[in-house]
Ligand binder design. Structure first.
Ligand code: ADP
Length: 254
């Protein structure tokens, strides 16, 4: 039944622009006394019929470490996706703005928040597919929540769809995702390791002096991201576990 996730546009008030993303403009707003972020989807950017089917599933996902989808307005163009408002914006920007000021407890706490959101997604049999610091948001109380889960499936931009393409997040992707787009909760774990690396490098981009092709080559050679200066050995060990390939070479045998 569509009414469960269809919001009444009369109840939605749009306010200032927050930024723009893959699907178009993002605006602040209000919905039933709640502060919300509204993604206004450009038609040519999203396969919206497929998304409407999936919106029902996504709305059932509810956890304090996930950015909540409240509902969608699909009756008029542009289609609007209404999310929980996150006062402190994207985690990647938040980290860069606070370089040199983040304590060990804070950085570990950020990783813990994300791991809790991701454990919930896995237990719900839901694959994120694009976990990265840019796709996490920070609340008013400086809690980190996971956002944009599953959304890459609805992007209509050829540059995203294959690992050969310029916008594919190769630097966050596991070898089996790069080789044949085999997404799973395990490939989400790989991305989580890269997110931890971003946190402990205060928002630096991974492999920032390498092209995607060079990253693929060094991964194949067994190389990995180096230990961030601020990361304790135990935190780096966790990252390395996220990037373990079980019996390298099993994929080539098929
Ligand atoms: P997309 O994932 O569709 O490419 P983003 O999620 O990156 O778009 O949104 C673009 C920007 O809008 C973000 O960098 C952030 O500043 C802002 N934004 C997105 N969602 C929210 C939210 N729930 N609360 C507050 N700001 C948000």
């Amino acid at each position: 039944d569509r009414r469960q996730w269809e919001l009444d546009p009369e109840e939605l008030i749009l306010e200032q622009e927050l930024g723009s993303g893959q699907f178009g403009l993002v605006r602040a707003g209000r919905w039933r006394e709640k502060k919300v972020a509204v993604k206004m989807v450009k038609e040519e950017c999203m396969s919206d019929e497929e998304f409407k089917e999936e919106a029902r599933v996504m709305m059932r996902l509810s956890h304090c470490k996930l950015v909540q989808l409240y509902g969608v307005c699909t009756q008029h163009a542009p289609m609007c996706l209404v999310f929980e408002f996150m006062e402190n914006g994207a985690l990647s920007d938040y980290l860069r703005a606070r370089k040199g000021q983040l304590s060990q407890d804070t950085m570990l706490g950020m990783c813990l928040d994300v791991s809790e959101g991701m454990a919930y997604l896995e237990s719900s049999n839901f694959i994120h597919r694009d976990l990265a610091a840019r796709n996490c948001l920070v609340s008013k109380n400086n809690e980190v929540k996971v956002s944009d889960f599953g959304m890459t499936r609805f992007v209509l931009d050829d540059q995203y769809t294959s690992s050969q393409c310029s916008k594919f997040p190769v630097k966050w992707s596991s070898p089996e995702v790069i080789r044949f787009c085999k997404f799973s909760s395990k490939s989400d774990v790989w991305s989580f390791g890269v997110l931890m690396w971003e946190v402990y490098n205060e928002g630096r981009l991974p492999y920032d002096n390498q092209t995607n092709a060079e990253v693929v080559e060094s991964l194949n050679a067994g190389l990995r991201l180096l230990k961030p200066r601020l990361a304790p050995t135990s935190a780096y060990q966790l990252m390395e576990w996220c990037w373990k390939e079980v019996s390298a070479g099993i994929y080539e045998k098929r």
